[in-house]
Structures are given as C-alpha cells and as structure tokens.
Design a protein around this ligand. Structure first.
Ligand code: CAA
Length: 258
C-alpha cells in the first residue's frame, strides 16, 4: 500500500495533519488536497476535536500546486474540472479553527493554503511567496485576494508581480503571520497555542472565527450586527453559564463545548 499523502494524529482535542509528499516539497496535487479535505471533514464532525493544525516538514510546508500536473493542462481541462474549486474550496468553509505551522517553503498554493488558515505560526526558517508569475500564471487559490487583505496593496503587488520570497521575519513585520518561533520549537509552540484554543468553549471559538472572517466580507455596520447576534447567541450555551460561574467562584472553567 502507498504512503498516505497526509498523516493524521490527535493530541487531546487537537488534530494534527502533516502533508507527506516530501520528495516534491509537499506540492499540492489534487490527491493531496482530497486527502486533506477528507481528514478535515472527519474532524469537523468529531465532537472531541476543537482545533486542526496543518503542517509540513522542516524544508517545506508546501511549495505550491503541482506544476508537473498543471503543465499538461489547457483551459478546458482546468475550467471544466473547476480546478481549485471542490475540495480546495471546501477548506475555506471549515468552521473549527485551522492553524498553519509553517517551516521552510510556503509558496504559491502553499502560501495560499497557509493564508486560508486562521493563524500562521512561522518557524524562523519559513519562506513565503507567490511565484506564479514566473510560470506565466497568477495565484489562483486566493493569493490576489487574501494577500492584500493581510498585508495591504503595496506589499501584495510587490510579492505577486516580482515573485520575491520573504523571510518569516519580514512576514511578521508585514502582519502575514501570527507568531515567529525558533524552527526546532515550531510544533511545540504551535501545540501550546492549539491546546490553549482547544481548552476554550468550542461554540465561542467557532463564533469568534466566524465573526472575524465576516470583517472581510461585509461593511462595518453589518459586521458589528453579525458580531452582536453571535454574542447574544452565546448566552444560550452551557459553557457561557460555566465560564461566568467559574469567574465568580474564582476557579477554572470546566467547559463542555456545548
Ligand atoms: N510542483 C511540483 N513539484 C515541485 C514543486 C511544485 N510546486 N516544487 C518543488 N517540486 C519538486 C521539484 O520538481 C523537485 O522534484 P525532483 O527531485 O523530482 O526534480 C523537488 O520538488 C525538489 O525541488 P527542487 O529540486 O526545485 O528544490 P530546491 O531546494 O532547489 O528549490 C524551490 C526549492 C525554490 C521551492 C523550488 O522547488 C521551486 O521554485 N518550486 C516551485 C515553487 C512554485 O513556483 N510554486 C507555485 C506553484 S503554482 C501554484 O501554486 C498555483 C496556485 O496559485 C494554486
């Protein structure tokens, strides 16, 4: 039997998915993305999991979509198959928090996959970039949309039009990543963040994610209303009662994630 393209582990309420195509620097073939989406679908439905971590290896998070496969395709191949739709687009609809733990290259679709996640924890050796222009194409998995929202038009134009790679430190200064950590501590530090989030009430975590993402999709008034309705809705949860009771009683909350 062939090796899985995505390795799956769980640690308490955290699932860790490791891209496992090291010889091709974790290039994102449709098969890799299908396995990723299948694993995430399972964890979305699993009430025992609150947070999903995506990672690669020390050399590459993912060096982009699979250029070998793409080199054979013409317009009708990609259009008829709606390439980068389907499983690829499913990942943006995941409701539980996704954390990208990025070491090494996160290029093209790899950078876009990381940006689709809710947080990026970058190792000091991480390199980010959108080099599609060198292939005669453009980013096709959100790069021209998420990058300017994350780092602004001037920086996004620089990266997309010149194909320049940036270091973890530069990505941090631009606001692309949440934290930069020593390379050898990437998973340890990421798991600390993931376990912290996983210890919170899952409905409030998901509503916080949904509300922050709404900031990208709406005007301020609509976003504020959306936030307020989610805030109201959380008063119907057992965990809101528990969280506030624990504060009043000066103890740690024991969330039921309901
Ligand atoms: N697709 C397919 N194979 C890839 C790949 C990719 N995106 N990136 C690397 N590989 C393969 C290489 O072909 C090579 O395979 P072989 O050993 O069989 O020759 C192997 O991974 C190792 O790569 P290199 O020998 O090139 O390693 P390097 O250390 O010299 O260079 C690199 C590393 C700078 C990342 C270089 O591999 C590179 O430039 N990769 C392509 C990056 C890129 O252009 N990504 C964008 C893809 S397009 C896209 O993602 C579209 C979209 O928007 C969704």
């Amino acid at each position: 039997m062939s090796e899985p393209l995505v390795l799956v582990q769980t640690h308490g309420r955290v699932a860790v998915l490791t891209l496992n195509r090291p010889k091709a620097l974790n290039a994102l073939s449709n098969e890799v993305v299908a396995e990723l989406a299948q694993a995430i679908r399972g964890f979305e439905a699993d009430p025992n999991i609150s947070v999903i971590v995506l990672t690669g290896n020390e050399k590459a998070f993912a060096a982009g979509a699979d250029i070998g496969a793409m080199s054979q395709w013409n317009f009708s191949d990609v259009y008829n198959a709606d390439y980068l739709g389907g499983d690829w687009q499913y990942l943006r609809d995941v409701r539980k928090p996704l954390i990208a733990a990025v070491a090494g290259y996160a290029l093209g679709g790899g950078c876009e996959l990381a940006m689709l996640c809710d947080m990026i924890i970058a190792a000091e050796n991480a390199r980010f970039g959108q080099p599609e222009i060198k292939l005669g194409i453009i980013p096709g998995y959100g790069g021209t949309q998420r990058l300017p929202r994350a780092i602004g038009k001037a920086k996004a134009m620089d990266l997309v039009l010149t194909a320049r790679m940036i270091s973890a430190q530069e990505a941090d200064q631009m606001g692309l990543v949440s934290r930069v950590v020593p390379t050898e501590q990437l998973m340890e530090k990421t798991m600390e963040v993931a376990q912290t989030i996983a210890s919170m009430s899952l409905p409030s975590v998901m509503m916080a994610k949904e509300s922050i993402n709404r900031a990208y999709e709406s005007g301020l008034s609509e976003g504020l209303m959306f936030e307020r309705r989610n805030f109201h809705a959380l008063f119907s949860t057992e965990d809101q009662k528990e969280g506030m009771a624990a504060f009043v009683e000066k103890r740690q909350p024991d969330f039921k994630h309901k």
